[in-house]
Design a protein. Sequence first.
Length: 121
Amino acid sequence: MEKINSVDEYIQQFSANVQNQLSLIRNLIKKCAPDAEESISYGMPAYKLCKKPLVYYAAYENHIGFYATPSGHSAFKDEMAKYKQGKGSVQFALNEKLPVRLITKIIKFRVQENLKKHGKN
């Protein structure tokens, strides 16, 4: 397996439908956190703000995993109750529409959390 060096490379390895969903998440992150640093970490797209993890996401056979650290998930536990979850992760089924409003709220929450922790808010 070749090493993925960029988010573009990561997204391009998937089918068109999955590429569209991954690109949508990427665009939401860029809109909500324009100063976030984009990279590949743990083999998936990763974003840092104030040099600290913001969110990650990854495609799998039947879902997209979205990782916003435990705090990003616990703050929205009621809204995420209908999705399969793990500690600090949530799974969005590939055969369902992405919950754009929820993902946006989580990203904005994490942005504020990172800024506050670093005295920038």
